[in-house]
Design a protein around this ligand. Sequence first.
Ligand code: UGA
Length: 435
Amino acid sequence: MNIAVIGTGYVGLVSGVCYAQLGNQVVCVDKDPGKIGILNAGGIPIYEPGLREMASANRSAGRLTFTTDLAGAVRGSDIVILAVGTPPLPSGEANLAYIDQAACEIAEAMNGYKIVAVKSTVPVGTNERIARLIRSRTDQPFASISLPEFLREGSAIHDTLHPDRIVIGADCPSAGDTMVQLHRPLTERIVVTDIRSAEMIKYASNAFLATKISFINEIANICEKVGADVTRVAEGMGYDQRIGPAFLKAGIGYGGSCFPKDTHALIQIAGHVDYEFKLLRSVVEVNRDQRFNVIRKLEAIFNGELRGKTVAVWGLAFKPNTDDVRESPALEIIRHLVDHGAKVKAYDPVAMSNFRGLFGHGGGVIWCKDALETARGADALCLLTEWDEFARIDLGLLRQSLNRPILIDGRNVFHEESLLGTDFIYYSVGRPSLN
Ligand code: UGA
């Protein structure tokens, strides 16, 4: 099939590359000439393992091109997939300006029947609004499809090529069938439904996963007080097929560009129809507070005085295997430490420059080049992102680097057995501390 993907952010780029990988003819469009320049030079503007290689193989095979020419891409395609950003407005609502603009440009370029599928996460009713926009600008026939995306950053290619399910929201059965055909090579589990339900499935799924995380984080907080181990509790719960083991890792709370945005947006969506989503409000509140456990532990250790202490921070990305720092709990943790007079040394294997961009360059933080250099001379070390290289660190060398052997593990990376016989004072999340 001939596919145009509009928007080369995470979702657009990964989807475009993977549709090409399935043998389709794909053109990826972005209005940012800088991004298209990087892509046409064989680069990738985001960090995603395996994406560069797959993009380059498909470009060489002639199945994948990149352009700023939206009109040309639309004219040459049967299916147009919208994957532009819907960043949150200050109110928490999704900003639909980019998607509206793209819809207008698509309408003006149309030269015959097209399927217009929306992959961007959009509030219920947005596909209908896009259809109205297009209809008001062209007489050309088209069908609207809601095509929510469930890929995770860091494992985006795997998630796209081996999805748990594909959801297709279609009002027009023949367009729905075409989309089923396009995705059939990926899975048998394809849910075809109406457009509004498909839009809702996306928000409900992210909100449910966020709920699981906040739930296990609260269980962890209670475990700390009653002397239980949350990793064993999660294991024991997860074997129950009705619960499942995924997304029960306690930590410092979820971040990223999706859960924070989509939970807020769903609260707003409910509010617009006079429904207060009380459970989801609590999920958000628990998540906001969870990161401060790291601070509370440090304060308890230092008798409430962070001033003058050197705190090493390992991990700045909102999760491992990505350079994405949007809504990363590390931002607020480091800001708090700096504001309270601590000297912070920080390191992340790939997210350093993104983090510095968002955090600001000066501001009392020493940006380090590797994990051990970060730990050198520190009065405490906080692990905030579970990168493999931290789990594999030589604990003997780490001990030598630190001024005081205090380790606050925000992601439960280390195990009691590996720390036995050392003098580390170790705090993790929802597990007994060692000291
Ligand atoms: C999430 C969803 O998992 C995807 O299905 C969805 O497509 C995507 O949002 C989106 O809407 O675009 P993503 O944000 O890339 O994907 O990352 P996740 O792996 O879901 O992690 C989100 C956050 O939850 C991270 O901060 C992670 O550290 C945290 N998390 C995850 C936990 O604290 N505990 C867990 O058990 C799992």
